[in-house]
Design a protein around this ligand. Structure first.
Ligand SMILES: *[C@@H]1O[C@H](CO)[C@@H](O)[C@H](O)[C@H]1NC(C)=O
Ligand SMILES: CC(=O)N[C@H]1CO[C@H](CO)[C@@H](O)[C@@H]1O
Length: 985
């Protein structure tokens, strides 16, 4: 996993020598302070002990050999050659020489009588009446490769799918059951016309090695004993019982490449698993071995490497050891490849000698010329496999220098790269990718990407949501991945859906999580398609897989249905998405218009103040704007005429939607530019209470993008300790303002008082949740006492002054907390303080992963909840009882809270989510079983946030083409009340 993140070590971990530490993957004993001297000494002692052991062992072996030889002198000539080497072993070594030369291409698919994972007696399955995406162009059309790439011959067709022996046997318009003669029971599944695809493939996951909820004892992501560890294997740490493996599958993901983390330049071997675990899910046993995707093609091997920020940050120690820079990393790589190359040479030389001797031998002892066995060093075996073309390379590289240097190594040492991962800048350098060694033969590396997760570290700062489209246009292959648990792999398909939203063709977006990763994994003849002879890995969806909120209703792995009693969401039947040609172009830079703008073709008004205009409308409406304010909604003849005579900017829409602008709550917008770069950060406040307004920084990438995506307002609180922790007062400001001196830029200087009761609170003077709750109660109770003469009383911005407003009910209290138990404690504190003050505290829970467990109590106490993330996936211990949704759970937190009558919002636990607020509301809307109207869903990211903070209604609005709740929407106009309109013409 990427070790990027803005996060910090959990409080229980030893302090390290950096002020910002990766949230994922690097915790544990990363004691950069003193560890290395100690390691050096220990290493010397270990080496000495090893040498002594080796000498003793050698003595014993020689003695046994000698004794054996004395006892059986007649056989001696055939046990050893002239150099006292075992002939049996030399013969085995000679056989190994052949294996060293074999280069696997891809796992054979067609022609298999049964899937190697088929367990005798498992039923055959007939899936009837599905709308199928086969993943392959119709062969009868004899299309050219260019036509196929353009998507010709690919589409949805109505078909039945017959599965037997773990393989797809038939895919036909209609299969007559009487034509089938399965050797075991036949199960029939009626898809009711719903969409069926191959199981989703996630080519970058740490499921199993970084089990959730994260616990130090379960973290086996990075082997941090050395920067170069090609010899370790992710499979040695995969926990089959990691619940996340099941959660991921509930998103239709059937196959994942489980990679070691990216802490090391060379991290170790990776393994492809399927998400069927144990006998109940169709395996013959419960084991790691039984997770492996292709037990009959274990010659396919994979390795993880990583360039860039991580290795230098993890290992570099000035004056002691590198790498401390990318320069040092390049040396680490080249030095490792040099040793592997020498090892390969030694083996090849031995094999050449042995093979020559064996073939020319005329009856004598062919092995007499061999003085040694075939050189074998486990340490370099995997890397040698890379140089032999046997091990598929997957490398984490973000930036141009990283990519270009790595492509340089491939040409210096002659190996190919299957994919660059976290490849945010590949879209800028297609020529460099095409220079990768072997690109002509094996294809250029794919780019494994997130759709819009960026800005979390310096190397992710230059990135584009249009990267997938741009790569595609250059003939390159984008693949969308989760880096689970960085993103919840359950929703890796959502990454592909967003790639479609950002211009990647629909068929290429589907390919990016099916056929493309299958091909890159060497499994392209087995998985990723619905085709006879392929593994029966299948998902049936409740809506188009690239639509917002798409969830499987059933998933099969190797022919076995995976969910006994899958929860099916109440959703209206829908037909597949018709690819929207309007998405194919990248929007031009927006223009700022202070004059008149007219939008025609507006079909929906979801802005309260203008709803009545819609009541009588029979045709699409017009929205006219002047000086950034809406001046007409309706027919607006005069405005249209003005626009037609070029007196106003005209934007013609087809399915225009007018909505409130979005409000970002809980993020660090305005307080940070690059999550992991403290220079760009307002700083973690530790225990120091401060006001966000005193640190607000305007301009910059995050705020510019926020404004463009209709997030006109942000309410941000100072960071307490690490990502998504808060202490101090939040400020509400306009994301599009130039600085805080601009009129209206800061619409509320102190929106709420924030505290944190998540795990991060366990630190310093509050080492436990109990002490943190106690400290907060004590502060609140103190604030209820009559105002006393004290030092800070003259400072109306002091913590105690703000707390007096909180207990008087004049200022909201927002507590960042996930655990249901901590929330329960907080509710008790609230009651107690209210008794003391005789007024009500306006409390909001921020985070709230487990808030659904106390939904009724929250509703009764009139406490609102801002979910961040919208759908937690139990990343941390305090979130472990989160609901991950259908088909595993009946609804998620938002459904339970809404049903209980709690006012709910959706917040941002990381800033990059700013592009997705409308889509997150869309998930709540589409998967809410009708409990939320479109307006109510949009309120989750706009008016609900405003009302729970007691903010005035503002005049911000957004004009979208399409519904912001749907995947094909684009922002066309943003008005934030500062007199101008941002227009995408
Ligand atoms: C397939 O399902 C659709 C939707 O439920 C239904 O209208 C249609 O009649 C079904 N077709 C068959 C052949 O069962
Ligand atoms: C005793 C015995 O097995 N001798 C064999 C040793 O190996 C040579 C050549 O490989 C054979 O010809 C002998 O019969």
């Amino acid at each position: 996993m990427d070790t990027k993140e803005e996060g910090y070590l959990p409080p229980y971990t030893a302090t390290v020598g950096h002020d910002e530490l990766p949230r994922w993957g690097l915790h544990g004993n990363n004691d950069n302070g003193h560890g290395h001297h100690f390691h050096g000494y220990r290493r010397t002692m270990r080496r000495r002990a090893r040498r002594i052991r080796a000498a003793v062992l050698l003595g014993v072996v020689l003695f046994i050999g000698y004794a054996h030889w004395r006892k059986a002198p007649t056989a001696a000539t055939n046990i050893t050659n002239g150099s006292l080497l075992s002939i049996t072993k030399l013969e085995a070594d000679l056989a190994t020489c052949a294996a060293l030369k074999s280069v696997p291409k891809s796992a054979p698919g067609a022609g298999r009588a049964r899937n190697a994972r088929y367990v005798d007696g498992k039923p055959a399955t007939l899936i009837r009446n599905a709308t199928v995406w086969t993943g392959e162009a119709d062969a009868s059309l004899s299309l050219s490769p260019e036509e196929i790439r353009a998507g010709k011959g690919l589409g949805w067709t109505t078909a039945d799918v017959y599965i037997e022996h773990g393989l797809i046997q038939r895919v036909e318009a209609s299969i007559d059951p009487s034509s089938l003669s399965p050797s075991s029971k036949l199960v029939t599944y009626d898809a009711h016309g719903r969409q069926l695809t191959a199981g989703i493939i996630d080519m970058h996951s740490h499921a199993g090695v970084d089990s959730l909820p994260e616990l130090r004892g379960n973290d086996d992501t990075n082997e941090l004993s050395s920067d170069i560890t090609p010899y370790v294997r992710s499979k040695d740490g995969i926990q089959p019982l990691d619940h996340q493996i099941q959660v991921i599958k509930s998103g239709g993901v059937t196959t994942s490449l489980v990679l070691p983390g990216s802490g090391n330049n060379i991290g170790g071997e990776a393994f492809v698993i399927k998400h069927a675990v144990g006998k109940h899910q169709g395996r013959s046993e419960l084991s790691i071995e039984s997770l492996l995707a292709a037990p009959d093609a274990l010659e396919l091997r994979y390795i993880k490497m990583a360039c860039g920020e991580n290795a230098k940050r993890v290992y570099g120690k000035t004056g002691e050891h590198g790498p401390t820079s990318r320069l040092g990393e390049a040396w680490e790589f080249r030095h490792a490849f040099e040793q592997a190359a020498a090892y390969v040479q030694a083996q090849d030389d031995w094999c050449a000698t042995a093979e020559a001797a064996a073939t020319s031998s005329t009856g004598g002892d062919w092995s007499a010329s061999l003085k040694t066995y075939l050189p074998r060093e486990l340490e370099w075996d995997t890397l040698a496999g890379v140089l032999r073309g046997q091990v598929f390379v997957n490398t984490h590289c973000y930036t141009i220098p990283d990519l270009e240097s790595f492509v340089g190594y491939t040409n210096e040492f002659h190996f190919n790269v299957r994919a660059f991962h976290h490849a945010h800048q590949t879209f800028l350098v297609p020529e460099v990718l095409n220079r990768t060694w072997g690109a002509d033969k094996y294809g250029p590396p794919a780019s494994a990407l997130f759709a819009d997760n960026m800005y979390y570290k310096a190397e992710s700062q230059i990135a584009s949501e249009y990267a997938g489209k741009i790569l595609w246009d250059h003939g390159l292959t984008p693949v969308y991945v989760s880096d689970n648990p960085v993103l919840n792999a359950q929703h890796v398909l959502f990454e592909a859906a967003k790639a479609y939203k950002y211009g990647l063709p629909y068929h290429a977006a589907l390919a990016s999580v099916t056929t493309a990763p299958a091909e890159r994994l060497g499994l392209g003849d087995r998985i990723g398609k619905i085709k006879p002879g392929f593994d029966a890995d299948i998902a049936v969806w409740d809506s188009d897989p690239l639509s917002v909120g798409a969830s499987p209703v059933q998933v099969w792995i190797d022919g076995n249905a995976q969910f006994d009693d899958p929860v099916e969401l109440a959703k209206p039947a829908s037909s597949p998405i018709v690819p929207d040609a309007k998405l194919a172009s990248i929007p031009e830079e927006p223009i700022e218009v202070d004059g008149d703008v007219v939008f025609t073709g507006v079909t929906k008004i979801l802005l309260e103040s203008h709803e009545e205009a819609v009541q009588h409308a029979s045709a699409p409406l017009t929205v006219a704007i002047s000086k950034g304010e809406i001046v007409c909604v309706g027919v607006c003849e005069e405005h249209v005429a003005a626009a037609k005579s070029s007196k106003a900017t005209l934007v013609e829409l087809v399915d225009g939607h007018l909505t409130h602008a979005f409000t970002a709550f809980g993020s660090l917008l305005g307080l940070n530019e690059i999550d992991a770069e403290s220079t760009t950060d307002n700083g973690g406040s530790g225990d120091v209470f401060s006001r966000a307004v005193d640190g607000l920084a305007f301009g910059g990438t995050k705020l510019t993008v926020a404004h463009r995506y209709g997030v006109t307002r942000a309410v941000s609180a100072p960071k307490f300790r690490g990502g998504f922790t808060h202490l101090g007062t939040s400020a509400g400001f306009l994301t599009g303002a130039a600085n805080q001196l601009e009129e209206g830029a800061v619409f509320v200087s102190d929106a709420a008082v924030h505290y944190t009761l998540s795990l991060a609170a366990k630190h310093g003077s509050t080492p436990s949740i109990s002490s943190a709750v106690g400290a907060l109660r004590s502060k609140l109770l103190k604030a209820t006492e009559a105002k006393k003469e004290s030092d800070d009383d003259n400072d109306k911005y002091s913590e105690s002054a703000f707390l007096r407003k909180v207990v008087a009910g004049d200022l909201p209290l927002v507590v960042t907390v996930h655990s249901a138990d901590a929330i329960a404690s907080l509710l008790n504190v609230k009651t107690e303080v209210e008794e003391a003050s005789s007024s009500k505290i306006r409390l909001t829970i921020l985070g709230g992963a487990e808030s659904h467990l106390v939904a009724d109590a929250l509703a009764a106490a009139k406490v609102s909840v801002v979910l961040a993330p919208l759908n937690s996936y139990s990343t941390s211990w305090e979130q472990r009882r989160a609901l991950t949704g259908a088909p595993l759970t009946n609804g998620t937190a938002v459904d339970v809270l809404v049903d209980a009558g709690v006012v709910v919002g959706i917040g941002l636990e990381e800033d990059w989510i700013l592009r997705d607020l409308g889509l997150l509301a869309g998930i709540a809307y589409h998967n809410g079983g009708g409990r939320l109207s479109e307006k109510a869903a949009l309120a989750l990211v706009s008016s609900n946030i405003d009302s729970l903070l007691g903010l005035k209604k503002d005049s911000s609005f957004v004009v979208h083409e399409g519904s912001p709740l749907d995947i094909n929407s684009r922002v066309k106009g943003v008005g934030n009340g500062l007199g101008k309109l941002t227009v995408f013409a």
